[in-house]
Design a protein around this ligand. Structure first.
Ligand SMILES: [Zn+2]
Ligand SMILES: [Zn+2]
Length: 245
């Protein structure tokens, strides 16, 4: 592959940067639409960035934004390591222009052993408008997508409405993050537009929406663990599917 560099506009959630990118980076940033996104690309060399635009300042600035990153190398889900998280930050107002997370699998040997190329295609990417961050995670860890649990949620959570246990909408899921105590959290945009974070373990269920509440622990004594049918209390077998309760 040629390493030809092209000047491209790379969009983030709070602005964009103009940067020279390689073909490979261009491919990563292309989510199928006309625009290229910064989040799937991850960290760029600052000297490749010529300009940045901050949505908060509504202004284009010469030169790169601040790029802050750290490498927590923290296990955030089974066999899923948060290798690096970073932010492109406006020099002028400190607003976030783009964020990225690079995840990797803990089981490196497994990855090496499988003949898959490290760089997956981003074919099943959602519309470019949603979730550049989450696509980055999909791209970085394709194997984890099929696993149940947080790893799955990581890839598909953005944009889902978040409801509390009383079915009140409290906001919209933004991304999976890590709080100051290094715990996994769900970052949400609240109804009033501000950001908030919810401890990962207070998420009850992720489906069409994100439901908060105490973790799945069958509240009804007769509830079938297999099909979910609520049987009479004290039942030994499920009326619906015959499963032992
Ligand atoms: Zn700004
Ligand atoms: Zn059943």
């Amino acid at each position: 592959m040629s390493s030809e560099l092209r000047l491209k506009k790379l969009r983030g959630s709070g602005g964009y940067v103009m940067a020279t990118v390689t073909d490979e980076q261009q491919m990563k940033g292309n989510l199928g639409g006309p625009d290229l996104f910064l989040a799937p690309i991850g960290r760029l060399d600052a000297d490749k960035i010529t300009k940045h635009f901050c949505n908060t300042c509504e202004k284009e600035f010469e030169g790169p934004p601040k790029i802050e990153f750290e490498n927590p190398n923290e296990e955030v889900a089974e066999n899923l390591i948060l290798a690096e998280r970073g932010q492109y930050i406006c020099n002028s107002c400190n607003a976030s222009i783009a964020e990225y997370r690079d995840f990797k699998k803990e089981d490196e040997a497994g990855e090496v052993g499988s003949a898959k190329p490290l760089e997956p295609q981003v074919q099943n990417a959602p519309q470019p408008e949603v979730a550049p961050q989450q696509v980055s995670e999909v791209a970085a860890t394709p194997e984890t997508v099929t696993q149940p649990g947080p790893a799955t949620s990581v890839t598909s959570i953005e944009g889902k409405m978040v409801f509390d246990e009383n079915a009140n909408k409290i906001g919209t899921a933004k991304q999976v993050g890590i709080d100051s105590t290094q715990s996994m959290v769900l970052v949400i945009t609240k109804e009033d537009g501000t950001e908030g974070s919810i401890p990962w373990n207070s998420i009850k269920k992720i489906g069409e929406v994100v439901l908060l509440g105490s973790p799945e622990a069958a509240p009804q004594p007769g509830k079938c663990s297999s099909c979910g049918f609520v049987n009479k209390e004290g039942s030994k077998f499920c009326e619906e599917c015959g499963n032992k309760i």
